[in-house]
Design a protein around this ligand. Structure first.
Ligand SMILES: [Zn+2]
Length: 466
């Protein structure tokens, strides 16, 4: 890839290859960075470290592209169809980098683009002159171009380090977009139509038990939806509604989306996980709303009070109460002989795991998965079950991947160990639930074990009621 490593047409002496052990030594060296220096030298340290980060990013790019090429070649040799050869590579990159599989896929695409189509950009990152983020912007803004045109932008902007010198993030991405528009105006138009397929709705927590519901929509639809809410606010105001415009718009949004007559009636189904101490004894241990995150114990009790007292038939939906194991804070387990997870057990996995169990993956749970496959003798139980997102479940079924409940932890916590095709092992635990002890090594007492049955029954009754 680079002259001094590709060899054939280079006369330079190849420096000795840097090993993984060397890299670890560098880490130790950085931890011991000389602190007894002048301020002028501190500035130089900052600059050199920044260059090192870029160079490390470039090295990751080359390693990633090599891994991709090697895995694909090995699969091609085994006769795996071309469309299947790349399966799970991004997920392995993600696990190694402690990032979500989604981002792993992006790292892989970034590496392939730089190595195969943008050599000047890669060289600039390798030198430490261009940051990883700015290279990402260049890759992103040229994604709509043909390989040839992308190569032209690469040469135009990065062959001479002076071209981008002094440019900030915005200027770099503008320069790339300008060059792309000039080379292929049509590509920009088709890119806009492709962007429409990215439309989505997401939910994330906001302070004070509020939440952001966000829709990424084509501009015409977004404007139309906002105008409709705005018109509803005008109408309400004209009729003397005391609520503010913003309040009316927010309430109207909820009413129209959920089909409820008023925004204040009970949500269709909100799952609340809390300890009995918080529920009955006024304890302060926070509760969890599944799909949202922690809420204070007071808020949880308040929610329960409001929604269990309502006489409104539309508000008959209820808050599902789940009790957590008093010692380990884990939801109680249950077993079934079924091939697939029965609805109640599936729900339990969703409550316990909350998000995909793949480490560093924050995606919502979509599949109840047998950690050890049914075909390999895995049972349909909470212990062998894990909640996975769609993508991770697909990856896990690829050849060379395996998973199983890891029993040796001895702490009462549920642990799944996933093994990747390279033999690396990663362990995941569900997020802590209300009532989890600060000392995670504390073992379940006899009383706690006895209580499992009680909670188990409680849980089943709730599910039966559903
Ligand atoms: Zn996932």
């Amino acid at each position: 890839m680079f002259e001094w490593v590709s060899g054939s047409h280079s006369t330079a002496v190849r420096p000795p290859a840097v090993t993984t052990t060397d890299l670890k030594d560098w880490l130790a060296g950085l931890a011991a960075l000389d602190a007894d220096v002048t301020d002028a030298e501190r500035i130089q340290q900052l600059r050199a470290l920044e260059q090192l980060k870029s160079a490390a990013a470039a090295a990751q790019v080359r390693v990633t592209a090599d891994l991709d090429e090697s895995v694909r070649a090995e699969r091609a040799a085994r006769g795996v169809p071309a469309s299947e050869r790349g399966r799970g590579i991004g997920a392995q990159v993600a696990l190694a980098r402690r990032e979500s599989p989604n981002r792993g896929g992006r790292h892989l695409g970034f590496a392939r683009a730089l190595v195969n189509e943008m050599p000047h950009t890669l060289a600039a990152v390798t030198d430490g002159g261009l940051s990883e983020w700015r290279a990402t912007l260049l890759v992103r803004e040229t994604a709509c171009l043909s390989r040839e045109d992308r190569g032209r932008v690469d040469a135009e902007l990065c062959a001479d380090p002076a071209t981008l010198a002094g440019m900030g993030d915005r200027a770099v991405s503008d320069a790339a977009r300008r060059a792309a528009y000039r080379l292929d105006p049509q590509a920009a138009v088709s890119r806009a139509s492709r962007a429409q397929s990215d439309r989505c709705v997401s939910l994330r927590p906001a302070p004070d038990t509020m939440s952001y519901l966000t829709g990424l929509l084509p501009v015409a639809q977004g404007v139309a939806a906002h105008a409709a809410l705005s018109a509803a606010a005008d109408q309400a105001h004209a009729a003397g509604d005391p609520r503010s415009r913003q309040q009316v718009m927010a309430d109207t949004l909820v009413e129209r989306v959920t089909g409820q007559s008023t925004a204040h009636s009970t949500p269709v189904n909100v799952n609340l996980v809390m300890t009995e101490r918080s529920l009955l004894a006024g304890d302060d241990e926070p509760a969890e709303i599944v799909g949202y995150g922690p809420v204070s114990a007071g808020t949880a009790r308040d929610l329960l009070r409001r929604h269990t007292q309502t006489d409104d038939p539309a508000g008959q939906a209820w808050l599902r109460r789940l009790f957590t194991h008093p010692t380990t804070g884990e939801l109680v387990a249950m077993q079934a002989k079924a091939e697939t997870f029965p609805p109640a057990l599936r729900q339990l996995l969703v409550f316990r795991d909350q998000t995909c169990r793949t480490p560093w993956c924050d995606a919502p749970v979509r599949h109840a998965d047998h950690a050890r496959r049914r075909a390999d003798g895995g049972e349909t139980s909470a212990g062998n079950g894990q909640g996975l997102c769609e993508q991770c479940n697909y990856v896990k079924e690829a050849p060379g991947w395996a998973a199983a409940e890891h029993a040796s932890s001895g702490t009462g916590h549920h642990v799944v160990q996933t093994t990747t095709p390279t033999g690396h092992r990663y362990r995941s635990r569900p997020p802590p639930l209300p009532g989890a002890p600060p000392d995670l090594t504390e073992r379940g007492s006899t009383r706690a074990l006895g209580s499992i049955d009680v909670y188990f029954t409680e849980l089943l009754r709730d599910f039966d009621a559903a």
